[in-house]
Design a protein around this ligand. Sequence first.
Ligand code: ADP
Ligand code: MG
Length: 714
Amino acid sequence: MLTLSSMSMTFQTDVKFLPLVGEKRAAVLKKELKISNVGDLLQYFPFRHSELFYTLESLKKYNFSRSDDKMPLVQLQGIIFGVQSQYERTTAIFQDSTGTIPLVWFNMRDNSWLCNINPNETQILFGEVSIFNGKMQIVSPFFREISRYKLHNIKSKFQAIYHATAELYKQFSQKNFQYEFSRIVAAACYEALPNCAETLPEYIISENNLLSLKKTYGNIHFSQSEELLKKAIFRIKFEEIFYNQINILRQRVNRKEKNSGFIFENSDNFVKNFYKNCLPFTLTNAQIRVLREIRNDFISGKQMNRLLQGDVGSGKTIVALISALIAIDNNYQACIMAPTEVLARQHFTSISKLTQNLGINVRLLIGATKKKEREEIHNLLKDGTLHILIGTHALIEDIVVFQNLGFAVIDEQHRFGVAQRAKLYSKNIQPPHVLAMSATPIPRTLAMTLYGDLDVSVIDELPPNRKPVFTRHFFDSKRLEVNKIIVSEIEKGHQIYVVYPLIQESEKLDLKNLENGYNIMCETFPMYKIAYLHGKMKSDQKDEIMAKFKSGETQILLSTTVIEVGVDVPNASVMLIESAQRFGLSQLHQLRGRVGRGAEQSFCILMSKQELMAKTASRLDIITQTNDGFKIAEADLTLRGPGMLEGTTQSGTPFDFQLTNIANIDDQKLLQNVRDCVNKILDEDTKLEQPKNALILKKLEEINKIMVDWGAIS
Ligand code: ADP
Ligand code: MG
């Protein structure tokens, strides 16, 4: 085998040259873990560490009944014997100098490797202890002979545990993967760490009391002490966050520097008139504050890129409208883009009504707009007599040309892709001010890592006199009780929404569906008018059904989640969600926001089957306990992790943290600290031109070569 001297191995050296790798394994490592070179390998961090060598006796002190705690990963030294297979279950016994413990494997197709174990040879066993019927056992441990283990000559207080895949297990065998992988990493450390170049400037390292990169890699894989392991993990998290934040915040600085913004100083005409004669209510303090933030952007000379977060019903529309009127007062046009026709139409209706005595020209452009009207709109836009254009993505088509677009609103912004948003920017030679609105509150930490380059405004106050929606969870067996609520609400003259996760019955999913639900509802409530709505229907058909519900002609509206966004029917007082276990927390919260828009008490009823997993049940509990969208979003983040959150699924999102978990409180604190540190650097040296920051600039260039520059166009 080809061996290279340590002098010639660097982070760039292909992993195939490492001992125990070779061409075949190198190919698998690349395909499965994206590890091509030695640097990639060293940066593939273990996700857990097990302290070396326990005795069975010493395990007794652990309180294994605490289910919220992760069981310790243990390494034990002893012998394995008594292999038995029954059905899908294989068992054996492990014995060390202090006792015995059963081992269990499920669904093992071939147990010959187990049967071939020499019961006299000492093994190093590795696994997670669990409790079954009150007794300790270890499920699917792996192990290897001590004679071979000793060959590794790895000195570490811990065994690092790496995520593996089925393919990797095939290549390395499940039994050996962790140990063999460790040996490869050990070789990489030995060969390449001496040549490892620092990736953070010296002053940052010393100011923050960080380990050197060399020590960090050494200790994350093979730590000498718990303290060093902690410091290694800390440095890695610090660096992950550091480059994420400096990248985002620098782009924000650059963008502000690059994109000058239209200056809207005038508000004497339409704005003044609107406040005086048209505003139907007093603005909440939160609305006033946000409008002030927007006004400041409008006179700053820099292009505004602001995210407006506010719970469903918090009154974002009026903020968007008043901002648009400011643009119009300064002889610019404005547009509002919504993700669905229903929502665009609703904006059009309410804004037309609010501005009817103002003498401005508001039009609606959606897919269903007829050709003749479309052409008329195009012309009015071009000659500047159309003031506010409201629509779906139809309004970013190339054929739509504004005379002078100064302000663009994107409602439910996460529904749009990056490219669609970028198109809005190009609707004027100088990009318009942009207000992106979202009713999906995003936890602050997530906003900092996701939208760090946007300025964020929050409406954290609902208009007065809103009664919080009363939310209850019922099992399907309590349907009669639920039907009573429906009847009593309809008899009061109110209307009901019922939402289903599926349109039709599915063989694979045990969930309620709209088709079947419609039949049942018609049978149960023959005296009421019932209609249904789903995303596959033609848009004029949908509009007709929606219009009938709005006018009160229909009493019960069954639908899929198409009604999720923005629909406003103040007379609807019940939101019944079937198979609620199927929906995410934020989605449930959004659906609930469809009711409680009028002055009367409203109800949200979550239906589910009886058998729920504990996690699902606690999810539904949260919804019944709070109406605060931010709290719900935080809970969603903790329960499902950042990748699953609504509003975060846009492509190109830099979720490149390996160890940092922004759902974790300590990591959130670290994020804030690192962000402060980054802000300080950028305040002092915006362009990162000082020699002491040269290293940062170099690393950023490397990062951005790989990552699409989505931040600049979000
Ligand atoms: P969202 O933030 O979900 O888009 P909307 O802008 O649709 O909320 O507002 C929800 C409802 O609250 C609308 O009927 C709107 O007219 C009303 N509203 C908004 N602001 C106020 C306010 N300050 N006082 C009273 N009602 C308000
Ligand atoms: Mg809205």
